[in-house]
Design a protein around this ligand. Structure first.
Ligand code: NDP
Ligand code: MG
Length: 385
């Protein structure tokens, strides 16, 4: 039996991970699972999987969790420190699926103590990619990407890293692909959250509409694979069937196709290096009819240009980019800024980011860069555009 833990179990990726693990109770011994605030779901998952430990991040929810788990023998804990302690418990496989910058330290704790880190939390790579890679190398931890595009790229490369010429990330285009700029200026959180193909958490769904998610994925690609910024391309593919492609030096392109179901990439990481049966829909190409591709409009989706700028800046620019983006998203959700203002906030923060300090192999430096960028994002939004 493999000892496994799941962080962010109550979220979209987390629930899909729990679903796959719960189908094979004889194969997995569940050590720790975590949630942010959803005590009822976390307790239900812990009971279903007979986990040893359930941790809720919000510390004032400890007694609620204890009540929900009373008599089960499952240990309950709460708060940020308890969460990081749980991530440091040695296991064979752990999923890092907390949303946002809060996931970085969890990924680092897993990387120091676990054989395989299944990484959904893209912020870990965008903000502290070099640090996380070094931590994994120092502790001989295998890092497996879970983001669907990066799982696809990993599967397409299949060990032929030296022969990669280009990586082509696909993007659905989100709900505003056919919208005018004027309509996008007025877009509400309710409109932005409605992703045409994928069922995901609220924040990543809105990031998909603004293409900030794809911008994050470009930065993630840069941190994960041995490719330069000019080897990374983004193409719109509205059907979300091709999850990404890799071009090799002989001109051949390998593409990864599958249904838009996160249980595909999660299951790949759970079963790697084997492949196992997964409960995902099988593609019917006759029913699909056609797959289409188109270039994206950089004026409509300025986030991609900002990702390029971030890669050129290097160092802690990724942490600043992510923090500004997260802060801008909070302001958009609070209806304090408009949809397209999010990119304006990130641009303003990057313009003020000092690239001289690029001590990225230290988590404190990343945390400081994150905090500074959040303050600057607030100031930029207040000043107006
Ligand atoms: P969700 O918002 O659905 O879930 C986030 C999880 O993190 C929940 O368990 C939530 O707890 C928990 N959480 C939230 N804030 C904190 C915190 N401060 N400390 C500890 N735990 C916290 O997110 P997703 O599942 O959509 O995304 C998770 C990560 O995976 C993100 O980094 C995302 O970019 C990435 N990803 C997601 C994909 C998807 O299909 N959803 C695809 C590819 C990547 P609770 O709900 O109990 O409050
Ligand atoms: Mg993705």
């Amino acid at each position: 039996m493999r000892r496994v833990s799941v962080f962010g179990a109550t979220g979209s990726v987390g629930q899909n991970t729990i679903d796959l693990i719960a189908r094979r109770p004889d194969d997995f011994d569940v050590v720790a699972i975590s949630g942010g605030a959803n005590v009822a779901l976390l307790a239900a998952q812990a009971k279903l999987l007979r986990a040893d430990l359930a941790v809720i991040a919000q510390d004032d929810l400890l007694s609620d969790l204890q009540d929900a788990l009373a008599g089960t023998g499952i240990q309950a804990a709460a708060g940020r420190c308890a969460l990081l302690d749980a991530a440091a418990i040695p296991v064979d496989w752990a999923m890092s699926a907390v949303v946002g910058f809060a996931g970085l330290e969890i990924s680092l704790a897993i990387a120091k103590n676990t054989r395989t880190l299944a990484l959904a939390n893209k912020e870990s790579l965008v903000c502290g990619g070099a640090l996380l890679q070094k931590t994994c190398a120092d502790h001989q931890t295998r890092l497996l990407p879970v983001d669907s595009e990066h799982s696809a790229i990993f599967q397409c490369i299949a060990g032929a890293d030296k022969l990669v010429e280009r990586v082509i990330l696909t993007a659905s285009g989100g709900p505003f692909l056919k919208s005018s700029l004027a309509a996008m200026e007025q877009a509400t959180p309710e409109q932005a959250v409605a992703h045409p193909n994928w069922d995901m958490g609220q924040r990543i769904s809105i990031d998909s509409a603004s293409m900030f998610n794809k911008a994050m994925e470009v930065l993630e690609t840069h941190a994960l694979f041995d490719v330069t910024p000019d080897q990374i391309e983004v193409i719109i593919h509205p059907q979300s069937i091709v999850h990404s492609m890799v071009g090799f030096t002989d001109g051949a392109i390998m593409a990864h196709l599958g249904p838009a179901d996160m249980r595909g990439p999660i299951g790949f990481a759970l079963n790697w290096p084997e492949r196992a049966d997964l409960p995902v829909e099988r593609l019917d190409f006759g029913a699909l009819g056609a797959l289409s591709f188109q270039h994206l409009d950089p004026v409509q989706f300025p986030a991609l240009g900002l990702a390029e700028q971030t890669m050129q800046m290097g160092g802690l620019a990724g942490a600043a980019f992510n923090a500004a983006k997260e802060a801008a998203l909070d302001l958009f959700l609070a209806r304090q800024i408009g949809f397209l203002d999010m990119a304006r906030v990130v641009r303003a923060v990057l313009a003020q980011t000092d690239v001289a300090s690029n001590d990225i192999l230290c988590v404190e430096a990343v945390i400081a860069a994150d905090a500074i960028a959040r303050v600057k994002a607030g100031e930029a939004a207040q000043k107006g555009f």
